[in-house]
Design a protein around this ligand. Structure first.
Ligand SMILES: [Zn+2]
Length: 415
């Protein structure tokens, strides 16, 4: 076997033949040519006729590492004529037309970035971290270019914080497929309006059958304005979170007002109060019974919270509505200000909560994805800008398998 054939086999190339090589500056430069005869159009992939045997400017593409060497491919693309697209450069099987790196390089970059921190990937690929995020961004743009959101029927909208909780991203989820379909910077009305008004077409808006969000007027307003056919359901977890916060407010109030010796009894209560009935142990029940005698206000608030959980189990809207009416009445009588405040908020949204009974949508999937997004945020700690954070979200939990867009024969089998 000749040295060139051996080199081709070692590097695992497909679609090209090596005609010469040289080592320089930590790189292994390879002169290559296409294995197949003829030439194809860059845009449609159909055969064309060669106009010039080269465009006279040799191009180079950075490939993956082979041992200690980064492979660099050199080739002079030919100019061709396509019946549909006219004059243009021929299609190169190893790289995207707009790219200066090979498909294999992109594939490696994308797959590794899905699983490792940016600095680890940079180290492994031998590029500075600052270069890496730029390359990743360009790669993601290349393969997401022209991608359209399809079959969007049930959506969830939520916000995710970054920059130590000072800034926000608005995230739109496809609740059927459990993926992120869109990310916007900020959480203001204009951000979400941009998604509904400019990203989606009118027929796509008509296709949305259900939407789920928290109690913020921004998201509710946008959904009601733009999605005429969607049932709006307030997210169960956000409602319960707001009620838990009200309950915690009562607990804090009692803690502040309690004398020093009385505080001992209130210690470690927080998690016990938040616990769902299904996860309660016998000891928890005993502790709650003690609470009934030791602090009636916290106990009363807890009972109200616990009762509210029953609402989600109703199957008939009328019975759910009457439950809600009775619950609201007794909560207002409780003289617990944080709970009463919750009730006042709830009253404004009552019709959007009852929709849960016939359309049990929740952002539970979104919560799972949010957990992954928080991991991405930690993995990208010190990400250079918010675009980089967005890139990683699209790459890891987005609606398109970005690396899967690379031609199959150019994907690396070991990744
Ligand atoms: Zn063509």
């Amino acid at each position: 076997m000749s040295a060139l054939k051996l080199l081709r086999k070692l590097a695992g190339f497909k679609g090209l033949t090596i005609t010469g090589f040289c080592f320089s500056g930590g790189r292994l430069h390879l002169q290559v040519k296409l294995s197949r005869c003829g030439c194809r159009c860059q845009q449609c992939g159909r055969r064309g006729t060669i106009i010039t045997s080269s465009t006279h400017d040799s191009r180079q593409w950075e490939d993956i590492r082979l041992g200690a060497w980064v492979l660099i491919l050199h080739y002079m693309p030919r100019e061709i004529h396509c019946l549909t697209h006219g004059r243009g450069q021929e299609q190169i099987p190893w790289a995207h037309p707009k790219s200066r790196v090979t498909y294999r390089h992109d594939y490696q970059l994308l797959r590794l970035s899905q699983q490792m921190t940016q600095s680890q990937v940079a180290k492994l690929l031998g590029v500075p971290p600052s270069t890496l995020s730029g390359r990743l961004h360009r790669a993601i743009e290349r393969y997401r270019d022209g991608h359209e959101i399809e079959n969007l029927h049930y959506i969830g909208i939520d916000e995710v914080s970054y920059c130590k909780g000072h800034k926000y991203l608005t995230i739109v989820y496809d609740l059927e497929r459990s993926v992120v379909v869109w990310i916007g910077i900020g959480k203001a009305r204009k951000t979400i309006d941009h998604f509904f008004g400019e990203v989606l077409e009118e027929w796509q808006l008509d296709e949305i059958k259900g939407a789920c969000c928290d109690m913020s007027d921004t998201f509710i307003g946008a959904i009601e304005d733009f999605c005429p056919n969607a049932v709006l359901v307030l997210d169960r977890f956000h409602v319960m979170k707001a009620l838990n916060e009200a309950l915690d407010e009562v607990r804090k109030e009692q803690w502040r007002n309690a004398p020093k010796e009385g505080r001992k009894a209130l210690k470690g209560l927080r998690w016990l109060l938040f616990k769902h009935a299904g996860n309660r142990t016998k000891k928890d029940t005993r502790d709650l019974n003690t609470l009934q005698k030791s602090n009636r206000r916290i106990y009363r608030a807890w009972v109200l919270k616990d009762e509210f959980n029953r609402f989600w189990e109703y199957t008939y809207e009328a019975s759910a509505a009457s439950f809600l009416k009775n619950w609201t009445k007794s909560a207002l009588l409780s003289r617990l200000e944080p709970i009463r405040k919750f009730v006042r908020t709830l009253r404004g949204h009552q019709h959007r909560i009852i929709t849960f009974i016939k359309c049990p949508l929740t952002n539970a999937i979104a919560e799972g994805l949010n957990r992954m997004i928080r991991q991405i945020r930690n993995r990208a700690s010190g990400f250079r800008n918010v675009e980089c954070f967005k890139d990683l979200i699209y790459l890891t939990v987005g609606d398109l398998d970005i690396a899967g867009e690379i031609p199959e024969d150019q994907q690396l089998v070991w990744l």
